[in-house]
Design a protein around this ligand. Structure first.
Ligand SMILES: [Zn+2]
Length: 174
């Protein structure tokens, strides 16, 4: 069970939920053509191929979120996201009040990925992206938003992963 499900602000919650479709602890993967957010992210149905692409995108994002938690920036993950970004069709749209917004201009899996990339770019500009992290425990990697004032939260749940890590380093010291 995770205490880390308090959603990230705004649309960034959709990135968090995508990453957490894979539950390493439970060994379940909810990503499919009908995962709960697919309807919010895509205007049409997703093919199996689309879902496979979104899964690759998801794991590249997960590795980047680990770097937000003090890890090394994974060059392969950056290269993968760079490639997704190069292919993404994103446009700038202006709302009735004149405010600009990045929007996806694609269909299917490309629409999902373009939409998520637009959300990530917007979150980076707003300073929320770096607060989206994944738990550093190898068997967890759950995405959570760091609401702490000094951005110092490490574990998805101190009671679970934090204590497990403490017990491991205690055993290693003895
Ligand atoms: Zn954890």
């Amino acid at each position: 069970m995770h205490d880390a499900d308090r959603p990230a602000p705004g649309d960034l919650r959709l990135v968090q939920r995508l990453v957490n479709t894979l539950d390493l602890e439970e060994g379940t993967d909810a990503l499919s053509d009908t995962w709960p957010d697919s309807a919010e992210l895509a205007s049409g149905a997703l093919s199996q191929e689309d879902v496979a692409r979104v899964a690759i995108f998801r794991e590249a994002v997960r590795r980047l979120l680990l770097a937000h938690n003090g890890g090394e920036v994974d060059a392969d993950a950056v290269a993968a996201l760079e490639a997704f970004g190069r292919e993404a069709s994103v446009r700038v749209s202006f709302g009735a009040d004149g405010s600009p917004r990045l929007q996806a201009a694609a269909a299917g899996g490309d629409e999902v990925i373009a939409r998520l990339l637009a959300i990530i770019a917007q979150a980076a500009a707003e300073g929320t992206w770096e607060r989206l992290k994944v738990c550093p425990a190898d068997d967890c990697r759950w995405a959570f938003y760091d609401f702490s004032r000094n951005h110092s939260r490490t574990w998805c749940d101190m009671k679970v992963c934090g204590n497990r890590a403490k017990a491991r380093s205690y055993r290693a010291r003895r």
